[in-house]
Design a protein around this ligand. Structure first.
Ligand SMILES: [Zn+2]
Ligand SMILES: [Zn+2]
Length: 389
C-alpha cells in the first residue's frame, strides 16, 4: 500500500470517529446512572434514559443515616460549582455519584443484639436527646427473656436516657430454663409488681413464678422514685443543703470562696485611730470565711477592692459587735454603690446577701458602737455552683 493511500485512510477514519457521534446523537438516548455512594435510593431511581441534548430533569434525593446529602457529582470530592443540576444537559452516558457530609449534630447509637435479632443495628439521633422509640427490644427465638439494653459501664439504658456521644448498647438476655413440663414455656403466675417496693435510688421488683417447676423471674417493677427535696434548701454559711423527705439523705452544695480575688481591704474612720484597727485580710482566711477585719469602736468603714471585676453570687457577714451596718457593692460599670442592706446586724450566724452580678468593690459602713468594745467581723464573697434541680 502506498503511503498516501494509508494517510487518506487514516484521515477518513479520524473523520468518521469525529462525525459519527454527531450524526448518531440526533434522537439518541443516553443513560444516566445514579450511584448513591453508600446511601439509598428509591426503587427505579438508580438510572434513567435522557435524549441527547436534553436536560437531565428532577434529580432523586438519596438518604444515608447520619449524613447530609450534598448533591450529585460526576466524580467524588468535587467542588460545589460542579454540582449537577436538573438543567444539566446530557450528551453522553453519565455516572453520577452522591456526595455526603457527616452531620455533626448527630451521634450514633449502635445496637449489639448479643445473639438476638434487631431490625436496625445503628441509628443516629440529635446530640443530647433521648432515645425514645428508637430503643426497640430485640428478639430471640429460643425463649430467652430480654432484660434490657446496657452501656459499656453496664448501666441500663431506657427511652429517657439522653445520648450525647456515640454509644454502643448491648442486649442482655436471661437464658431460657427448661421447665418440668419438658418445654421452655413455663406456667407463669401474673407479675407481682408489689414484690419489692422501690426506694429513692433502687427500682422495685416485679416477680413471677412458674406453677409447674417453681422457676422464678424478676424484672423492674416500679422504677426508683428519686429523692424528694420538696422541703427545699436550707442556707448555711458558704453552703446550702437539703434533706430528702423520704430517705433523709442530705445534699450539700459548698460555695467557692472568692477571697483570692480581693486586692485589698482598707479600714478607715475608727475614732480610736487606725492603730487600733487591724485588717487581718491577708493570710487569715478561715475555712469558711474570706476576710477578717477587726476594729475598736467608732464608726468604721471597710472598703474592699477586687483585683478585677468579679462575678459574685452572694456575700456573707458575721461578727460579734453590737453595732449595725450598711452593706453596699459597686457593680462593674456603675459609678454609684448599690445598697444591699441598710439595717444589717451582726450575729453568730452569718448574714447572707445576694449579689448576683459582677462587682469591683464592696463597702461596709458600721455605726458607732459607743464606748468602743473590740469586735471581730468576718466577710466572705461566694461563687455558688450551678445547681441541678
Ligand atoms: Zn416451669
Ligand atoms: Zn431519698
Amino acid at each position: 500500500m502506498k503511503k498516501s493511500t494509508l494517510t487518506k485512510l487514516i484521515c477518513l477514519a479520524i473523520l468518521c470517529i469525529m462525525v459519527l457521534p454527531l450524526v448518531m446523537a440526533c434522537g439518541q438516548k443516553f443513560t444516566v446512572y445514579f450511584d448513591a455512594n453508600g446511601g439509598e435510593l428509591k426503587e427505579g431511581e438508580d438510572e434513567r434514559k435522557v435524549k441527547s441534548g436534553e436536560m437531565i430533569g428532577a434529580l432523586p434525593t438519596p438518604t444515608k443515616e447520619g449524613y447530609k446529602f450534598m448533591g450529585w457529582y460526576e466524580e467524588e470530592d468535587t467542588n460545589q460549582e460542579d454540582r449537577i443540576k436538573k438543567t444539566t444537559m446530557v450528551a453522553f452516558n453519565m455516572v453520577l455519584v452522591a456526595k455526603w457530609e457527616f452531620n455533626d449534630n448527630l451521634v450514633s447509637v449502635e445496637f449489639d443484639a448479643n445473639g438476638g435479632e434487631i431490625a436496625k443495628d445503628v441509628v443516629y439521633i440529635d446530640k443530647g436527646t433521648t432515645l425514645g422509640n428508637l430503643l426497640v427490644d430485640p428478639t430471640r427465638a429460643d425463649g430467652a427473656t430480654f432484660e434490657g439494653w446496657f452501656d459499656a459501664k453496664n448501666n441500663k439504658v431506657t427511652k429517657t436516657t439522653k445520648i450525647s456521644s456515640p454509644i454502643v448498647l448491648k442486649a442482655k438476655w436471661i437464658e431460657p430454663v427448661l421447665c418440668s413440663n419438658g418445654t421452655y414455656t413455663h406456667n407463669w403466675t401474673i407479675w407481682d409488681y408489689e414484690a419489692s417496693e422501690p426506694t429513692c435510688t433502687q427500682d422495685g421488683k416485679a416477680v413471677r413464678l412458674c406453677q409447674d417447676c417453681g422457676h422464678r423471674e424478676e424484672k423492674v417493677g416500679t422504677e426508683k422514685l428519686g429523692h424528694d427535696y420538696a422541703t427545699g434548701w436550707t442556707f448555711g454559711q458558704m453552703q446550702q443543703s437539703r434533706l430528702c423527705d423520704r430517705c433523709n439523705r442530705e445534699e450539700v452544695v459548698k460555695y467557692t470562696n472568692l477571697s483570692t480575688k480581693i486586692k485589698e481591704t482598707v479600714i478607715t474612720g475608727s475614732v480610736y485611730g487606725p492603730e487600733n484597727v487591724n485588717c487581718l485580710y491577708n493570710d487569715n482566711w478561715t475555712e469558711t470565711f474570706g476576710t477578717t477585719f477587726a476594729g475598736k469602736g467608732g464608726a468604721v468603714t471597710v472598703d474592699v477592692t477586687f483585683k478585677e471585676a468579679t462575678e459574685v453570687d452572694c456575700v456573707f457577714i458575721k461578727g460579734t459587735g453590737s453595732n449595725g451596718y450598711v452593706l453596699s457593692v459597686l457593680y462593674a460599670g456603675d459609678t454609684d454603690y448599690t445598697v444591699l442592706t441598710e439595717t444589717g446586724a451582726f450575729g453568730d450566724v452569718a448574714q447572707r446577701y445576694a449579689i448576683d452580678g459582677t462587682i469591683t468593690n464592696a463597702r461596709i459602713e458600721m455605726a458607732n458602737s459607743g464606748d468602743g468594745g473590740s469586735y471581730w467581723q468576718e466577710l466572705a464573697f461566694a461563687d455558688v455552683p450551678e445547681i441541678e434541680e
